[in-house]
Design a binder for this molecule. Structure first.
Ligand code: PLP
Length: 379
């Protein structure tokens, strides 16, 4: 039995063969501790330094502005909690959006219980945050604005450069959760105007459990945890050398092949949409028509239940739902709710996301499978 076609690249990505090759020596031979000053420490130490440069190169930052973490969640936690703690004397107000990932929203809720005020700005029906709304939310106590670069469900890309101008003018720090945008669109910290940026390795063909946080020079956050002096004392603990090497390689590839990957993913995504559009009635696309990740198709089938579509296609296509229907209730995703997608559409929403490994044959097959399932449920 062939495996289902993978159309869930926003959930995670397979390992790039070049990433596997780069990691292999650190799995098989180079086991030393990067802090050891003898022979065995040399290769791991150099590998961690090289990886830091590779991440910095992709983001257009300095290597010393990169701290390795366990992934997007940890990077986000540290950015928000770190700023709240370090800048408490300046203020206790954070601005974020209603469509952030739980790795931001849950942190905000935690901070709210600990004396921090949070404003959750709304989005329009295309999932776009308005820089004007952000500006209106600023108070004399605002220390941080955290707005995701691109949304994981609908792919809308936020106007970060505009928000950065506001943040800068008002001397407020700007963080972005770039877990979904890194490797899919340009993510240069100077162009975005951000002070902190979170990266998740497993969204860019590196392993799960590794990530990075860009912390602009001059921003003094507390230590992640207490321990020895690794990561310039900021995040102690013997480095996850194997996966850091994988993340570094993945960033090198992302920078090298960005244009080509963007074109490919978008071609696959648009082919998928065109194919479904020709065969299915009563569909709509969620997210911004232009300012959207090139790989993301959030598509709603009116009157259907996403879970029932996914059940029908499960052995042939792997994708995600934008809503879960239970016997007594329908859980629509917070993102679709914030975008005010009507319930009859929202409950039938699939997130189909393409990637580097997606082929035209995959897409053509998936179109047939999805449209057949939709047709049969519409009958
Ligand atoms: C936008 C966004 N932020 C953060 C995360 C969490 O990243 P990680 O799984 O590396 O902790 C994800 C993963 O789904 C994401 O899509």
């Amino acid at each position: 039995m062939p495996k289902p076609i993978y159309l869930d690249y926003n959930a995670t990505t397979p390992h790039d063969p070049e990433v596997i090759a780069a990691m292999r020596p650190f799995l098989e031979e180079a086991f030393g501790n990067p802090s050891s000053s003898h022979f065995y420490g040399n290769a791991p130490q150099k590998a961690v330094a090289d990886a830091r440069s590779q991440v910095a190169e992709l983001l257009g930052s300095r290597p010393e502005e990169i701290v390795f973490t366990s992934g997007g969640t940890e990077s986000n936690n540290h950015a928000l909690k770190g700023v709240a703690e370090a800048y408490a004397d300046k203020g206790n107000h954070i601005i974020t959006s209603r469509i952030e990932h739980p790795a931001i929203l849950e942190v905000c809720q935690y901070l709210e219980k600990n004396g921090v005020a949070v404003t959750y700005v709304s989005v329009d029906d295309r999932g776009m945050v308005s820089a004007y709304e952000v500006e209106k939310a600023v108070t004399a106590r605002t220390v941080l604005i955290s707005i995701m670069h691109a949304n994981n469900e609908v792919g809308t890309i936020q106007p970060l450069a505009d928000i950065a101008r506001i943040a800068k003018a008002k001397d407020i720090l700007l963080h972005t959760d770039a877990a979904q945008s890194v490797g899919k669109i340009p993510t240069r910290v100077e162009e975005l105007g951000v002070d902190l940026l979170s990266v998740a390795g497993h969204k860019i063909y590196a392993p799960k459990g590794v990530g990075a946080l860009f912390i602009r020079n001059g921003i003094r956050l507390p230590r992640f945890m207490q321990g020895a002096g690794q990561e310039s004392g900021r995040r102690p603990g013997t480095e996850n050398v194997l996966e850091i090497v994988g993340l570094g390689k993945a960033c090198e590839i992302a920078a090298r092949d960005l244009e080509q990957n963007m074109t490919h993913m978008q071609h696959m995504r648009d082919r998928l949409y065109e194919g479904i559009r020709k065969k299915c009635v009563r569909i709509r696309v969620n997210g911004h028509p232009q300012h959207r990740l090139p790989n993301t198709l959030s598509i709603s089938f009116e009157g259907l239940e996403a879970n029932r579509i996914l059940e029908r296609i499960a052995s042939r296509v792997a994708a995600s739902a934008g809503a879960a229907c239970h016997s007594d209730r329908i859980d629509v995703s917070g993102v679709l709710k914030a975008m005010a997608v009507p319930l009859s559409w929202a409950k039938g929403t699939l997130r189909l996301t393409t990637g580097r490994m997606t082929t035209e044959a995959d897409i053509d097959h998936a179109i047939g499978v999805i449209s057949q399932a939709v047709e049969s449920l519409n009958d």
